[in-house]
Design a protein around this ligand. Structure first.
Ligand code: NAD
Length: 325
């Protein structure tokens, strides 16, 4: 049987679209957005939607009468109207496979780059200035530092494993997850306890109505003066105005952000030009290796749906596939 997939990702490059096409099950058709802003033709024709961070609204669902399932190619599905999917009987599944390694590596990259003043050192070297001694007093090692992980699910635990290899001490707070027995990590009961003790606070939890602006003026004031804030999860977790104020007042040593409240940010975003802030364009999980793994697992899940088998990583209450009659 042949099915039509709509890859609902207007930002995808030709190379990315080709990689999706290459992973497509034999005989299936791939649609990609043909005209900016109007996807009605693709929505009307598709059986499955594969999506990255593009929003999926109730109106999109109403425009897609054949739609059977939505597969998110990553993990953070806060842009999908889950209630609308649920009301229409459309299951939504995510693809953690291929995501955690990239985000964990990126988290370590941001920490080490900030501790070693990489932006300043490399930027100066390009301009012919050799800052061999100037940055030492303000540079640090990860070894021996306390890394506080807010959220200890798939990614938080992968970060912990890598940071442990750098000899960091791991603290975490999570209402549900606990450390596996092979991972040396101390659980603290509250965010406040973690903020008071951590040299680095790294966010690895979903954005929800409860967690929006979890990091705000109050929580920033609880952090150590020399601390770093790392966010590879979602921009909405951090009140950026409060972060800016904490950096300006010297309350915080720096921030590494792969995600912002508005992406892409306006050119005059006050966090963009600072030496103590390292911003990357939401690329934590964006590697060639991750993409190949994600596509393999995303299409395997859609095939599961066509066979009427239970889906993997379903985030709606509709875990069972609808029968294809
Ligand atoms: P996960 O579901 O495995 O883990 C999230 C953990 O956060 C869970 O254990 C949950 O109990 C915990 N949590 C929820 N609310 C909390 C709170 N208030 N305080 C502390 N912990 C809380 O998810 P994951 O795969 O580890 O992904 C984490 C997040 O990373 C995703 O939600 C997504 O937003 C983000 N992400 C970003 C990128 C990127 O490219 N930058 C890629 C993938 C995922």
């Amino acid at each position: 049987m042949s099915f039509t997939i709509f890859y609902f990702n207007p930002k995808a490059t030709a190379e990315t679209r080709a990689a999706v096409q290459a992973a497509l099950p034999g005989g299936w058709n791939l649609l990609t957005p043909s005209s900016p802003g109007d996807q009605s033709r693709e929505l009307a024709a598709c059986d499955f939607i594969l999506v990255a961070d593009h929003p999926i609204t109730a109106a999109n669902l109403d425009a897609a009468p054949r739609l059977r399932m939505i597969q998110h190619q990553g993990v953070g599905h806060d842009n999908i109207d889950l209630a609308a999917c649920q009301a229409r009987g459309i299951p939504v599944a995510i693809t953690p496979e291929g995501t955690s390694t990239g985000v964990a590596e990126h988290t370590l990259l941001l920490i080490l780059a900030l501790y070693k003043k990489l932006l300043v050192a490399a930027g100066a070297a390009r301009q012919g200035r050799w800052l061999q001694w100037e940055l030492r007093a303000a540079s640090h090692e990860l070894s021996g530092k306390v890394l506080g992980l807010v959220g200890f699910g798939r990614i938080g635990q992968e970060v912990a494993r890598r940071a442990a290899a750098f000899n960091a001490r791991i603290l975490y707070t999570d209402p549900l997850a606990t450390a596996p027995s092979d991972l040396l990590a101390e659980r603290v009961a509250t965010l406040g306890q973690l903020l008071e003790r951590a040299d680095i606070v790294s966010l690895h939890l979903p954005l929800t109505t409860q967690t929006r602006h979890l990091i705000n003026a109050r929580s920033l004031a609880q952090m150590r003066r020399s601390a770093l804030l790392i966010n590879t999860s979602r921009g909405g977790l951090v009140d950026e105005a409060a972060l800016l104020e904490a950096l300006d007042s010297g309350r915080l040593a720096g921030a590494g952000l792969d995600v912002l409240a508005q992406e892409p940010p306006p050119g005059n975003h006050p966090l963009l030009q600072r030496d103590d802030v390292l911003i990357t364009p939401h690329i934590s999980a964006g590697t060639r290796e991750a993409f190949a793994t994600k596509m393999r697992h995303a299409f395997a899940n859609m095939l599961r749906h066509t066979r009427g088998e239970p889906l993997h990583h379903c985030v709606t209450a509709l875990a069972e596939a609808k029968t294809l009659t």
